[in-house]
Design a protein around this ligand. Structure first.
Ligand SMILES: C[S@@+](CC[C@H](N)C(=O)[O-])C[C@H]1O[C@@H](n2cnc3c(N)ncnc32)[C@H](O)[C@@H]1O
Length: 435
C-alpha cells in the first residue's frame, strides 16, 4: 500500500471505533457499542481482557450487528496491516494477536475466520491512536479511518488531540498548500536511536525525515561536555536506569508517589551532577514530567510548583519552540493550576525547600500572567476547544480573586516582572542543586 495518499477534503467521517474507560461519556459508550458487549463481559467476569483484545472484540461485535457502513468497512479494509512483517519478524506480537483472535472468536460466537480476526487485530494495533482526555491522560484506543492515513515524521507539522470523542488534527506550524501532513507516532523528543527502534518495531519503517538525518549525523551524546565524554560508561548506565524507571512509571498500575518521586529525583540528580546532562535532553525531559506528576499526586504542591516552573521556563521553550504547541500549552496550564492551588493554602514550603529562606512569591499573580498569555494565544493555539474553555475558566477564577483589589493585575506590570525574577531565582537554585 502506498505511504503517500491524497486526503479527502474534509474529515467529517464518523470514527470506526473508540473505547474509553472512566465515567466520562459512559452513556455514549453504551450506545456506541457496550450494549452489545455487556453479556460477553458478564460471562468473562472476573477476567478482564487486555485493552487490545477488548478493542478487537468491539470491532467484531459491531461488525456482526452491521453497525458499520459499507464505506467505513471499505476504508478499514484498505488500511495497512504489516501482517507479513508481524508474522515473520515479531513472533511475540503475532502470538498475542493470534491468542486475542482465538479468544474473541470464542467469546463473540462470530462465524468470522480466525485469520480475518487476526488481520483486524493487526490493523487495530498499527492504525489506532492512544485515546486521551484533554489533559493527555490515556483512556483507551481510537481508530479513525482517515486520520489513520497520516504518516509519521519526527519533524512533524501536525499533532493529534481529542476533545471528548472527537479527534482533532491540529497544525503545529504553518502548512503550505500541497504540503504533506505528518504527525509524530512516537515521542519526537527522544534520541534518534530510540525513535527509530520504536518505529521499526511497531510500524516497520525507517524514518527519513530531516530531524533524523541531522541527529544521525551527530555523535551520540554530543550534547554532553568533554568531561562527561571521558566517562561515558557510567553515564550510559545511569541513562539506561532512567529509561527503565520511566518504563516502570508508565506501566505501573499502582505506585507509591512519594517513593517514585524520590527515585525520579535521584535519577535526575545523578544525570545532572555526574554528566551535566542538559535539562532539555531526554531522558531528563520525561523524568521531570513524571516527577511533577508524582509530587502532585503526593500533595507536595510546592516542590511540584518549582519543577513545573523549571519545565515552563527552561525546558519547554527549547524543546517545543512554538508557544502554541499543545504540549507547551498543557504545561503552562499545569503551572498556573499548581500556582493557584498554592494560593488556596496548599503548602508554601517551596522557598525553604530550596534554601531561599524568607523569599516569598505571589503565585496567583504568576498564574494570572501565565493564563493571560494563554488567553492571548487562544485563537492560534494548537489545542482542542474544551482545553481552551478550561483555560478561560481558570483565568476567570483567578481574576475573581483580584476583584476587591484597587490595582488590577493588568496594571501591575512591575509586580509581575518581579514575580518572574523571583521564579528565575527559584529555578536557578533548583537546577544548581541538581533537581
Ligand atoms: C498508520 S499507517 C499510515 C498510513 C499508511 N501510510 C497507508 O497508506 O495506509 C502507518 C504505516 O504507514 C507507513 N509510514 C508512515 N509514516 C511513514 C514514513 N515517514 N516513512 C515510511 N513509511 C511510513 C508505515 O508502513 C507505517 O507502518
Amino acid at each position: 500500500m502506498p505511504w503517500e495518499r491524497t486526503f479527502p477534503p474534509q474529515w467529517s467521517f464518523e470514527k470506526l471505533y473508540w473505547m474509553q474507560s472512566g465515567k466520562e461519556c459512559q452513556r455514549k459508550d453504551w450506545k456506541f457499542a457496550h450494549a452489545h458487549e455487556c453479556a460477553i463481559f458478564k460471562n468473562l467476569n472476573p477476567r478482564i481482557l487486555p485493552s487490545n483484545a477488548r478493542a478487537l472484540l468491539r470491532m467484531i461485535v459491531r461488525t456482526g450487528h452491521k453497525k458499520y457502513t459499507t464505506e467505513e468497512l471499505d476504508l478499514f479494509s484498505q488500511l495497512e496491516t504489516h501482517i507479513t512483517e508481524i508474522r515473520d519478524q515479531s513472533p511475540e506480537q503475532w502470538e498475542r494477536i493470534a491468542l486475542s483472535s482465538k479468544a474473541v472468536k470464542a467469546y463473540s460466537g462470530t462465524d468470522m475466520k480466525e485469520e480475518t480476526i487476526s488481520a483486524f487485530g493487526a490493523k487495530l494495533e498499527l492504525n489506532s491512536f492512544n485515546f486521551t482526555n484533554i489533559l493527555s491522560d490515556r483512556i483507551g484506543l481510537y481508530l479513525h479511518p482517515y486520520a489513520a492515513l497520516i504518516n509519521h515524521s519526527c519533524n512533524y507539522n501536525a499533532a493529534v488531540g481529542f476533545d471528548s470523542d472527537t479527534l482533532y488534527i491540529k497544525a503545529t506550524r504553518p502548512i503550505q498548500k500541497g504540503e504533506q501532513i505528518f504527525i509524530p507516532y512516537v515521542d519526537a523528543t527522544n534520541p534518534v536511536k530510540l525513535r527509530r527502534s520504536e518505529l521499526r518495531e511497531r510500524y516497520y519503517f525507517d524514518c527519513q525525515c530531516a530531524k533524523c538525518e541531522k541527529d544521525l549525523a551527530e555523535p551520540e551524546h554530543s550534547f554532553l561536555g568533554p568531561e562527561a565524554q571521558n566517562d561515558l560508561s557510567a553515564l550510559e548506565g545511569a541513562e539506561i536506569e532512567a529509561y527503565e524507571l520511566l518504563n516502570e512509571c508508565s506501566s505501573a498500575v499502582e505506585t507509591d508517589p512519594k517513593k517514585t518521586a524520590k527515585r525520579l529525583q535521584s535519577s535526575i540528580k545523578f544525570l545532572r551532577q555526574v554528566g551535566a546532562w542538559p535539562v532539555t535532553e531526554q531522558p531528563l525531559i520525561s523524568l521531570r514530567d513524571e516527577l511533577i506528576a508524582s509530587l502532585l499526586a503526593d500533595q507536595d504542591i510546592s516542590s511540584g510548583f518549582v519543577q513545573a516552573a523549571v519545565r515552563y521556563l527552561r525546558v519547554d521553550p527549547v524543546v517545543y519552540g512554538d508557544e502554541r504547541h499543545p504540549v507547551r500549552q498543557l504545561h503552562a496550564y499545569a503551572l498556573a493550576r499548581v500556582a493557584v492551588s498554592l494560593d488556596y493554602g496548599a503548602d508554601r514550603g517551596a522557598t525553604s525547600l530550596l534554601g531561599l529562606g524568607d523569599m516569598r512569591t505571589e503565585p496567583t499573580l504568576l498564574a494570572w500572567s501565565v493564563l493571560s498569555r494563554l488567553v492571548e494565544l487562544d485563537d492560534e493555539a494548537c489545542t482542542v476547544p474544551s482545553f481552551k474553555r478550561m483555560i478561560r475558566w481558570l483565568f476567570d477564577d483567578v481574576n475573581e480573586r483580584f476583584k476587591g483589589d484597587t490595582k488590577k493585575p493588568k496594571d501591575r506590570g512591575d509586580d509581575i516582572r518581579k514575580e518572574w525574577e523571583k521564579m528565575q531565582l527559584l529555578v536557578d537554585t533548583a537546577l544548581e542543586k541538581g533537581y
